[in-house]
Design a protein around this ligand. Structure first.
Ligand SMILES: [Cu+2]
Length: 293
């Protein structure tokens, strides 16, 4: 090996090793740092799938290497050569049977968890938050507290939150990796996503669907605090923030601005439902949980 090639190999090794060794398995991998029951169920499903898929993938890769090295065309190859061979019942059973069983197991777990997550994760009284994706911001309305926020959302811990999602702009997707999987926001439709935070903290959220120019700025924080902290915060917004008027909402939807955090002490009643109707759609078929609080 000449010197140049050796240097190249060393560089390549560093390139692969440094990010691998310095990243650890820490906070950076949000999806593997579940902070609530929904994300925990999904994380378990991901691990189960990884294990089951490994049962197929690893032997196949090993077999590939073995076959390539054993049967390759070299002058003194001693590998058996059997041109009349046509079938093997045992092999057919192995390579059809094992994948079928594995797909069956993954499918069973996936269906079970999918149905489980369409319901509130725990028995506590849920909190409803209506979410609208706009160009290039997120609007959150609290029908129970009658307050609204832009680009951040505060929730109580240990209580299921029912996010009802729509869009008054291109389709987007609402995703808070540490709390659970994503759900689409679509104009004229109301979609439902149950999430819950077990630990107080600030959780990163982002639009998970490319929706155009300002998409990169569509991130928001989910701030989870105790029940008392949440009520104090709601009271503070109620008493200090300006109201969101119909004109103000129109500005939010029509102006394609990138804005920071905002909060509002009130909003025009029925705005969320009207927004879905205006976009030619219908409200969720299933009755929403009564807004409590
Ligand atoms: Cu749809």
């Amino acid at each position: 090996m000449n010197k140049l090639v050796r240097t190249k190999w060393r560089e390549l090794a560093l390139l692969v090793l440094v990010p691998f060794l310095t990243s650890g398995c820490g906070e950076r991998y949000l999806i593997m740092n579940a902070a609530g029951p929904v994300a925990q169920i999904e994380q378990r499903l991901i691990y189960t799938t990884i294990v089951l898929v490994t049962i197929v993938v690893v032997p196949v890769i090993i077999l590939l290497a073995v076959i390539v090295s054993r049967y390759r065309d070299t002058p003194h190859n001693k590998a058996p050569y059997n041109p009349e061979w046509s079938e093997s019942k045992i092999l057919e059973i192995v390579w059809w049977g094992i994948p079928i069983v594995i797909i069956g197991i993954i499918g069973t777990f996936t269906v079970r968890d999918t149905f489980r997550l369409t319901k509130p994760p725990t028995a506590e009284t849920p909190l409803t938050i209506q979410v609208t994706s706009l160009n290039w911001k997120w609007l959150f309305q609290y029908p129970g507290e009658k307050i609204a926020t832009v680009n951040y959302v505060e929730i109580p811990t240990n209580r299921p939150v029912e996010f009802v999602l729509t869009s008054d702009a291109p389709m987007n997707s609402f995703w808070v990796p540490q709390l659970g999987g994503q759900e689409y926001t679509m104009p004229g439709m109301a979609m439902r996503l149950w999430l819950q935070a077990d630990k107080p903290g600030v959780y990163y959220g982002h639009g998970a669907n490319f929706s155009g120019q300002g998409y990169a700025h569509m991130s928001f924080n989910v701030i989870a605090t105790s029940s008392t902290g949440f009520h104090q915060w709601a009271q503070k917004v109620k008493s200090t923030a300006p109201p969101l008027t119909a004109v103000g909402y129109k500005n939010l939807t029509t102006k394609q601005d990138i804005v920071g955090k905002q909060e509002f002490s009130s909003f025009p009643p029925g705005m969320f439902e009207a927004d879905i109707r205006i976009n030619g759609g219908m409200y969720m078929k299933h009755k929403l949980t009564e807004a409590t609080d």
